[in-house]
Ligand binder design. Structure first.
Ligand code: ADP
Ligand code: AMP
Length: 217
């Protein structure tokens, strides 16, 4: 099962991708988390992209494309993947088609998580993420079992640098300008499913799973 989750920052892509990956036994591939891991480890890539991430802008296409291509080639993607955060432009969507054509494994589903801007700001302001594994929590809607600590690995929860108000506004603008056209790209191909992401986490998950099960019959 090869799935792309698309939607504005804060729509719940990471939250749903974690759960879908566990349920479908495929990896959750988050380009944002791959980049943040590089920043945390201060690799050459991390040093290169740190300012771009903090400002809420997109890193360059060549940089992200190499990262995705290498990741999708790994053996754990043989049975599929949940791709979260890529593609973010029509050019990236075309690149993904090329990569998947080479591996002869086309996408099974493209799911758009829909949420309005006001709810996005409220979700992102209260988001906390694990410093080590990147798992996403919300102070009220989706709190960890123990305040400030990741349920999965016991690491500290932190606020993402790009979840400050200025970066949130920039990321929303970038989404509307550069990423929304990707929705038209997939819709024209008749391959897009829209899911209302405003309900509780489990309701959204069930809606996505129902659609994915429908693609298998
Ligand atoms: P994205 O990966 O799309 O940027 P996240 O999955 O990190 O978004 O979710 C953003 C924030 O909203 C997190 O704090 C998360 O816990 C919370 N969240 C995700 N889905 C829901 C939901 N359906 N209802 C309420 N809060 C949610
Ligand atoms: P996310 O975790 O998806 O919110 O992504 C965090 C940040 O990583 C974005 O604001 C961008 O700076 C960068 N990023 C993630 N995915 C991409 C992508 N496909 N293209 C360009 N930049 C990306």
């Amino acid at each position: 099962m090869r799935v792309v989750l698309i939607g504005p920052p804060g729509a719940g892509k990471g939250t749903q991708a974690d759960r879908l990956a566990a349920s479908l036994q495929v990896p959750h591939i988050s380009t944002g988390e791959m980049l943040r891991a590089a920043v945390r480890s201060k690799t050459h890539l991390g040093l290169q992209v740190a300012d771009t991430l903090a400002a809420g802008q997109l890193v360059s296409d060549p940089t992200i494309q190499v990262l995705v291509k290498e990741r999708l080639r790994l053996d754990d993607c043989n049975n599929g993947f949940i791709l979260d955060g890529f593609p973010r432009s029509v050019h990236q969507a075309e690149t993904l088609e090329t990569i998947l054509r080479e591996t002869k494994h086309p996408l099974n589903a493209i799911v758009q998580l829909n949420l309005d801007d006001a709810e996005i700001v409220s979700r992102l302001s209260a988001r906390r993420v694990c410093n080590r594994c990147g798992r996403s929590y919300h102070l009220i809607n989706n709190p960890p079992l123990k305040a400030g600590i990741c349920d999965l690995d016991g690491s500290e929860l932190v606020q993402r640098e790009d979840d400050q108000e200025m970066s949130i506004m920039t990321r929303l603008q970038v989404y509307h300008r550069q990423t929304e056209p990707v929705i038209g790209f997939y819709r024209k191909q008749g391959r897009l499913t829209i899911v209302d992401a405003s309900g509780p986490i489990d309701d959204v998950l069930q809606a996505v799973l129902k659609h994915l099960q429908g693609t298998l019959v």
